[in-house]
Design a protein around this ligand. Structure first.
Ligand SMILES: CC(C)(COP(=O)(O)OP(=O)(O)OC[C@H]1O[C@@H](n2cnc3c(N)ncnc32)[C@H](O)[C@@H]1OP(=O)(O)O)[C@@H](O)C(=O)NCCC(=O)NCCS
Length: 175
C-alpha cells in the first residue's frame, strides 16, 4: 500500500522509473553532496530496478510522488533494518531541482520516519550528511534528528575532503 504524507505519496519503484533515476544521478547539483557511485547506462539502471529484490523489512525503497499531479520527484530508502535492535538507516534525495525548497523534503522525512516507527516498529533511524549540506542538515534537525557524531574527512569531492555528521532519531523524537 502507498504511504501518504501531507504533500507526497511514497510508492514502490520499478523499471518505468529508470530514465528519471538515471537523469537525477547524472545531475551534478543533485549529487553534489552524495556518493553517486560510478557512471551507469540508463539500461543498467533499468535492470537494477527490475531485478532488485522486492521491498521488505531490510530494504524499503520508495519513489516520492507529489500527491497532486503524481509527478515523481525523488526517492527515499530505509535500509539495514535489524529486528534485534530496531535500527535502520535512511537516504533521501529529490532529483527534480525545481521542487526543492517547497516543503516536500520535510514532508517526506516525517512520512517515511513515521512509517518506520509505526509500521516497521523501528526504534531508531540513523543517517549521515555532509556538514556543508546546510539545507539537508536543517531539514533533518527540523524533524527531530540530533547530531550524534562527526565522521572526519569521510566524503571526497573535487579533490577536497569534507566531514559528515552522524544523526539519529528515536521513535519518540519525531516532530
Ligand atoms: C535536502 C533535500 C532533501 C531537502 O528537501 P526540500 O524539499 O528542498 O526541503 P524543504 O523545502 O522541506 O525544506 C528546506 C529547508 O532548508 C532551509 N534551507 C535551504 N537552504 C538552506 C541553507 N543554505 N542553509 C540553511 N537552511 C537552508 C529552508 O529554509 C527550509 O527550511 P524551513 O522550512 O525551516 O524554512 C533536497 O533539497 C535534496 O534532495 N537535495 C539534493 C540531494 C541531497 O542533498 N540529499 C540529501 C543527502 S544527505
Amino acid at each position: 500500500m502507498n504511504v501518504r504524507g501531507e504533500l507526497v505519496t511514497l510508492r514502490a519503484m520499478g523499471p518505468d522509473d529508470a530514465s528519471a533515476l538515471w537523469r537525477w544521478n547524472h545531475d551534478p547539483a543533485v549529487v553534489r553532496w552524495m556518493n553517486a557511485g560510478y557512471p551507469q547506462t540508463e539500461d543498467r539502471v533499468r535492470t537494477w530496478l527490475t531485478e532488485r529484490p522486492r521491498n521488505d523489512y531490510g530494504d524499503v525503497l520508495f519513489g516520492i510522488e507529489v500527491t497532486t499531479g503524481g509527478q515523481l520527484i525523488g526517492l527515499v530508502r530505509l535500509h539495514g533494518a535489524e529486528a534485534e535492535t530496531g535500527c535502520a538507516e535512511l537516504d533521501i534525495y529529490l532529483g527534480e531541482q525545481d521542487h526543492w525548497g517547497k516543503g516536500y523534503g520535510t514532508d517526506v522525512m516525517r512520512t517515511v520516519c513515521r512509517y518506520g516507527f509505526d509500521h516497521m516498529r523501528l526504534h531508531r533511524i540513523t543517517l549521515t550528511v555532509v556538514t556543508e549540506n546546510l539545507a539537508a542538515h536543517h531539514v533533518y534537525r527540523k524533524v527531530g534528528f540530533v547530531d550524534e557524531g562527526r565522521l572526519r574527512q569521510s566524503f571526497r569531492r573535487d579533490g577536497r575532503w569534507y566531514d559528515k555528521f552522524v544523526m539519529g532519531l528515536l521513535a519518540d523524537e519525531l516532530r
